[in-house]
Ligand binder design. Structure first.
Ligand code: AMP
Length: 311
């Protein structure tokens, strides 16, 4: 079965990254860039985004050579979206140094006609009003997934709750889940999020893996254990890219299909964090991905066919 293309909206950015391993200025980043480079291993990506006139030709060439459909990438007068982040020593805490919207400030996404039949839609991390604008231009999506962040939960909560009503799969991290629901317990937060519209909620917990909440119950997958992490930026977007890519490649939206997709998310995120920015996602190969998928399978397997010890 041929993979269905994924319609993606998100940021294409120039990032300033500071981690205990060093710094990178003018790094090619953005939620849509990480998503695209992870998803491309599984399914074609149709990008809707905006960049400024200062967007380097080499970054565009990278997306092009990765097979990303750029017919929906607008070049507007003005500077690119820029974001700066600084991580604490344990890499679990991140401070946003600045968010310069640039051309995003006046962006109104236009979904090209040839994209409108997309069955898989990913509304990457941008203002929820823009996410809704994209969704209203798609004909009959089979699966709509959404990612967001603390900035929008704080500044555009009503718009976020509005677009969530039309979303099937919500992907957030644990602090966003807590912030959105007011629940400090992640399991309770997961259940509360299911009441907001999505039938499936995936909560990412960084180095502690991810959990999926749906009517059928809870599923959890660990992160791939790594002894050296360089830069966690984009881990969440890479996770989402592989997750959606896996679903779109097989069209299997069953519980089993979702579980496999979450495992793919965990695998691709583990590559992203091993180098700065998009570096590792650019160089990783299909056989390295398959090897780590196998490692994760081994890590999570145990013999459940014999009774509980002591029974
Ligand atoms: P993650 O580490 O998965 O949260 O993703 C980091 C990426 O998100 C960076 O490359 C940023 O350029 C991008 N980003 C950060 N803040 C925003 C925002 N407010 N809107 C859109 N993209 C953002």
């Amino acid at each position: 079965m041929a993979a269905s293309p994924i319609l993606l909206v998100g940021s294409v950015a120039l990032d300033e990254l500071h981690t205990p391993a060093g710094s990178m200025l003018d790094a090619f980043g953005g939620s849509a860039s990480y998503f695209s480079l992870a998803a491309r291993f599984f399914a074609p990506v149709r990008l809707v985004a905006v960049v400024g006139t200062d967007f380097p030709a080499s970054h565009r060439a990278l997306l092009e050579s990765s097979g990303v459909d750029l017919r929906g990438l607008e070049v507007a007068d003005g500077p690119c979206f820029r974001w700066g982040g600084k991580y604490g020593d344990d890499l679990n805490t991140r401070e946003t140094l600045f968010t310069h919207l640039g051309v995003f400030e006046h962006f109104h996404p236009k979904v090209p006609d040839v994209y409108r039949d997309s069955e898989f839609v990913f509304l990457g991390n941008i203002h929820p009003a823009l996410q809704k604008e994209v969704l209203s231009q798609v004909r009959a999506p089979k699966l709509v997934a959404l990612d967001t962040m603390n900035l929008w939960i704080e500044t555009a909560r009503a718009e976020l709750l509005d677009v969530l009503r039309a979303v099937n799969l919500l992907i957030v991290n644990d602090s966003e889940a807590r912030q959105l629901t007011g629940e400090s317990n992640v399991v309770r937060a997961g259940r509360r999020l299911l009441e907001l519209g999505p039938h499936t909620v995936v909560i990412k917990k960084g180095e502690h893996g991810a959990a999926m909440f749906a009517a059928g119950g809870v599923f959890a997958v660990p992160a791939v254990p790594l002894d050296h992490v360089v830069d966690p930026t984009g881990a969440g977007d890479s996770f989402a890219g592989a997750l959606l890519g896996s679903l779109a490649s097989q069209g299997d939206l069953s519980d089993g299909g979702l579980r496999r997709a979450i495992a793919c998310g965990s695998v691709l995120a583990s590559f992203t964090v091993q180098a700065f920015g998009l570096e590792r996602l650019q160089s990783v190969t299909r056989s390295e991905i398959a090897g780590r998928f196998e490692e994760l399978r081994h890590l999570t397997h145990f013999d459940a066919t014999t009774p509980l010890p002591g029974a």
